[in-house]
Ligand binder design. Structure first.
Ligand SMILES: [Zn+2]
Length: 155
């Protein structure tokens, strides 16, 4: 599959340097070059997918499963780890910087440098219900288009 010079594809092919912690047929996990804390990992599908829209569902499941295990492994690694975040940015507005799907897995501890600033407050139920209806209409639209991603089993 053409990858247009994608750095994560180069890592997946072994053509770019990375500190790899896990690899199987579908997924690769390696250290983030700019960690927010030691142990900051990226889990990627080996096959190029720019974002959630073109990520196969079964591969997404595998990415999650590996991230889940790595989050548990971080707590046993001896690295400072009082908590774990799993974080995925899909799209520029969501701060995606490398356009090859990646799930961040990183240790958290009191006083670490990771910040998300959000101005959120409790919304009234009728507004939440309206929003839920909009999301349900999105699900209906996806179903009409053939479902979410390409469900299937790993071969
Ligand atoms: Zn790629």
């Amino acid at each position: 599959m053409p990858d247009h010079g994608c750095v994560f594809c180069a890592i997946a092919r072994g053509q770019a340097e990375a500190s790899i912690v896990f690899e199987d047929e579908w997924v690769l996990a390696f250290l983030d070059l700019q960690p927010v804390a030691p142990g900051h990992l990226l889990v990627i599908p080996k096959a190029h997918a720019e974002g959630l829209e073109d990520l196969r569902e079964d591969i997404g499941v595998r990415v999650w499963t590996v991230a889940h295990r790595l989050g548990r492994a971080l707590r046993l690694s001896g690295l400072r780890c009082e908590g774990v975040n799993l974080f995925l940015a899909d799209g520029e507005a969501a701060f995606q910087e490398v356009f090859h799907v990646h799930l961040h897995v990183f240790p958290r501890f009191k006083g670490d440098p990771f910040r998300i600033e959000a101005d959120s407050r409790v919304r009234e139920r009728h507004l939440l219900d309206e929003t839920a209806a909009a999301v349900r209409s999105g699900i209906t639209a996806l179903d009409a288009a053939g479902g979410v991603g390409s469900p299937g089993v790993l071969e």
